[in-house]
Ligand binder design. Structure first.
Ligand code: GDP
Ligand code: MG
Length: 396
């Protein structure tokens, strides 16, 4: 029998972000190595993180690798994403909703375009706390190099201040993921210092555990002999075995079911709550009745909607957005929680929206999606993010 998950410490979701090749995956592996030696985690080698085994096994494109570990005070689910496109998609849709992020910057290279983009993205999706891992510090150890590292640190602090992160007070820890992975004591200590910084600097977020249960579906899988399982991060509320739920978002309307199993990282749980990464086994749910983008919620707690008003920021060309204005009739994709749905934009009296503008507009989605005021979303077109918005009111 599987060992049950025992909740002894607060759970937080964190992730690495930063420019390609700056060492995010190496650092992730190094963290698990250092903690496995402390006895509070299992070592996950580089190639198991980078290959995203879930993807291969489930045959579904998720492009997220989750690892799990504990420090002395907290339980973490840590997400590492293979490519820049995965960051954009998973961060803006909330699929990789993190309570704090480790920004990995190579001390050799300094700030690169994706470093800046991920900081901007983190701000847009409401990540309030960033800790910096100034990585590859082993390669810039002495003399002139050390001075350059100081400059990179200043540059990173400036970038963070520019985006409202209070760069002066953000912890910046010089690490070497690679050397720590090799067991070098000096760099192992640096990883411990980084984890201490995360433990103390990233606060435990407020969890709405008493609210009606809601979980956006990230993945659906079938476990032979047991039924259909949906996975995702619990957005709010609490769920336990035996609870009734609704699956919302399908064309045929809500599907009701009973939760017959709750697990986290393969361990059964008595109850899961806001912030947990879980798998829910749904009794009698046909495999094709639920998919990524749907929402599992307490019965009658949310109503799917097609029309809403929103406050939208149209990304400037410098931020990777459009170079030309948007007009009424524009029909991009909307990324809402884990859903990806087409929608028509109506600008009303504002005839055009230029890159860099913030405005209020009306959206009519191609299908019903559970929405509520305050919910964030991204607007994408041809594989790039062109806008970020917040739902302000629901229309009938
Ligand atoms: P990612 O794309 O950000 O996930 O970067 P990876 O973890 O795949 O690392 C990219 C390259 O940098 C690999 O060749 C690593 O071996 C190398 N690397 C990662 N961390 C360090 C480090 O701390 N020191 C040095 N010298 N090289 C590193
Ligand atoms: Mg990587």
């Amino acid at each position: 029998p599987k060992t049950a998950y025992v909740r002894t410490k607060p759970h937080l979701n964190i992730g690495t972000m930063g420019h390609v090749d700056h060492g995010k995956t190496t650092l992730t592996a190094a963290i698990t190595k250092v903690l496995s030696e402390r006895g509070t985690g299992a070592f996950v080698p580089f190639d198991r993180i980078d290959r995203a085994p879930e993807e291969a096994q489930r045959g579904i494109t998720i492009n997220i690798a989750h690892v799990e570990y504990e420090t002395s005070t907290r339980h973490y689910a840590h997400v590492d994403m293979p490519g820049h496109a995965d960051y954009v998609k998973n961060m803006v849709t909330g699929a990789a909703q993190v309570d704090g992020a480790i920004l990995v910057v190579s001390a050799l290279d300094g700030i690169m375009p994706q470093t800046a983009e991920h900081v901007l993205l983190a701000r847009q999706v409401g990540v309030d706390h960033i800790v910096v891992a100034l990585n590859k510090a082993d390669a810039v150890d002495d003399g002139e190099d050390a001075v350059l590292t100081d400059l990179v640190e200043l540059e990173v602090r400036d970038l963070l201040s520019e985006h409202g992160y209070g760069g002066d007070s953000v912890p910046v820890v010089r690490v070497s993921g690679l050397r720590a992975l090799e067991g070098d004591p000096r760099w192992t200590a640096a990883i411990e210092a980084l984890l201490d910084a995360v433990d103390t600097y990233v606060p435990i977020p407020e969890r709405y555990t008493d609210a009606p249960f809601l979980m956006p579906v990230e993945n659906v899988l079938t476990i032979t002999g047991r039924g259909t399982v949906v996975t995702g991060a619990v957005e709010r509320g609490t769920i336990r075995v035996g609870d009734r739920v609704e699956v919302l978002g399908a064309d045929g309307g809500p599907q009701t079911s009973t939760v017959t199993g709750v697990e986290t990282f393969g361990k059964p749980m008595e109850s899961a709550e806001a912030g947990d990464n879980v798998a829910l086994l749904l009794r009698g749910m046909p495999r094709d009745a639920v998919r990524r983008g749907h929402v599992v919620a307490a019965p009658d707690s949310v109503t799917p909607t097609r029309r809403f008003t929103a406050q939208v920021y149209v990304l400037s060309a410098r931020e990777g957005g459009r170079t030309t204005p948007v007009t009424t009739g524009y029909r991009p994709q909307f990324y809402i929680r884990t859903a990806d749905v087409v929608g028509d934009i109506d600008l009303g009296e504002t005839a055009v929206a230029r890159p860099g503008d913030t405005l209020t507009l009306t959206v009519e989605l191609g299908r019903e999606v559970p929405l509520e005021p305050g919910l964030g979303f991204a607007i994408r077109e041809g594989g790039r993010t062109v806008g970020a918005g917040t739902v302000t009111s629901l229309l009938t």
